[in-house]
Design a protein around this ligand. Structure first.
Ligand SMILES: CSC[C@H]1O[C@H](OP(=O)(O)O)[C@H](O)[C@@H]1O
Length: 367
């Protein structure tokens, strides 16, 4: 996406060292600094990449997959030995448990690297990681176009602005570029449609308030930040025309795992007969599992993300403040599962499908 006149991706291979054809580091936009500090960080090792995923400097299911792929390229710089590559994949896989893109990318990298001669593995790793990143951009642009068709249908016959509610950040910051849930919003705005976005702040990491708001402001798209608990009220009062969210893992039956709080939005949308769409690149579909509630591992993050809040003080310093009495216990599940029955449509790069379509596609894949 463009920031001012410059186009950006969230992750890219650094410059090759002098005398080498291969990059020696990976560059990322460090998302923990946004919205107040835009900073690019150089990642020099697989261990540093695993830490960047774990601490959410890079985050978002598709971007986590690309980051893991580049992590394997960094690993191959350290050693082309199979044992090292397997250990590196395990280290990256352990960084966060829920987004299936992480496993998908690591399996693809190992399938590509292990069969070739060790001396070729480093070059192949950088090439495959670049392919994964480039494919993500193409996939998400296609999701944007598929979603644009949906939004045009929703806007037909309406003489007023189209109001879209989204949860967390599933914009270009959550991917290599374009985003997933926000890709149709960018496509609609750029096509001249009158759209407005209700941005769930998305406690406790506030990806909506910090990242989605920043993205939409950069692009000039009208938005309003709301507390997570306001969405149902706005739906009851006819203020929401549709909900579009991202996903971290979708089962073959259409159960959707996404940021904590998504399930509650889906319940409110269902109760108010408001379409609930999930924007899903196909690498986010886990064809191996059937039940989201039973089979998807839900990441439990540090309780301090709940008991404290960080922000920019008037003097320009970032402060962390306590919200609870000292010693308060807090639970911090980072994701929840929306059952397929609450999902209106799944916007993929190939088109918008229903959960039942996924079941049929899976049957056909087995035949
Ligand atoms: C484009 S998928 C983004 C997806 O990932 C986010 O989780 P996190 O910020 O913890 O990486 C959130 O669930 C988004 O919907």
């Amino acid at each position: 996406m463009k920031i001012g006149k410059q186009s950006w991706r969230t992750i890219w291979a650094g410059q090759p060292a002098s005398g080498s054809m291969l990059p020696q580091q990976v560059c990322i936009i460090d998302q923990t600094g946004l919205p107040h500090q835009f900073r690019v960080v150089e990642i020099d090792s697989v261990r540093q990449m695993a830490e960047a995923i774990r601490n959410m400097q890079v985050r978002g299911a598709p971007l986590i997959g690309a980051a893991a792929a580049y992590g394997m390229a960094l690993a191959s710089l350290e050693s082309d030995d199979e044992k090292h590559l397997q250990e590196s994949a395990r280290l990256l896989l352990a960084s966060r448990p829920t987004a299936v893109n992480l496993r998908w990318a690591l399996e693809r990298m190992l399938e590509r690297l292990l069969p070739v001669s060790p001396h070729l593995r480093c070059e192949y790793a950088w090439r495959e990681a670049g392919c994964i990143a480039d494919e993500d951009v193409v996939i998400n642009h296609a999701i944007g176009q598929q979603g644009l068709n949906l939004l045009r249908e929703l806007a037909r016959g309406k003489s007023r602005r189209l109001n879209i509610l989204t949860h967390c950040n599933a914009g270009w910051l959550a991917t290599v570029d374009w985003g997933t849930a926000l890709a149709p919003v960018y496509a609609a705005f750029d096509a001249g449609m009158d759209v407005h976005v209700w941005v769930d702040e998305t406690r406790p990491r506030n990806q909506g308030a910090s990242l989605t708001a920043w993205e939409l402001a950069q692009h000039g798209i009208p938005f309003t930040v709301i507390c997570d608990n306001a969405g149902g009220h706005l739906m009851q009062h006819g203020q929401v025309d549709c909900v579009i969210v991202g996903a971290d893992r979708v089962t073959r039956t259409g159960d959707v795992c996404n940021k904590i709080g998504t399930y509650l939005k889906a319940l409110a949308a269902f109760d108010n007969q408001i379409p609930f769409y999930v924007a899903v690149p196909t690498p986010t579909i886990d064809w191996r599992i059937e039940s989201g509630v039973r089979d998807i591992p839900i990441e439990e993050r540090d309780p301090r993300e709940v008991t404290t809040i960080s922000g920019l003080a008037d003097d320009g310093t970032v402060r962390t403040l306590s919200l609870t009495p000292a010693g308060s216990m807090a639970a911090n599940p980072a994701f929840d599962v929306t059952p397929a029955r609450l999902v209106t449509g799944i916007i993929t790069e190939h088109g918008c499908v229903t959960p039942n379509d996924l079941i049929r596609i899976h049957q056909e894949m087995k035949e």
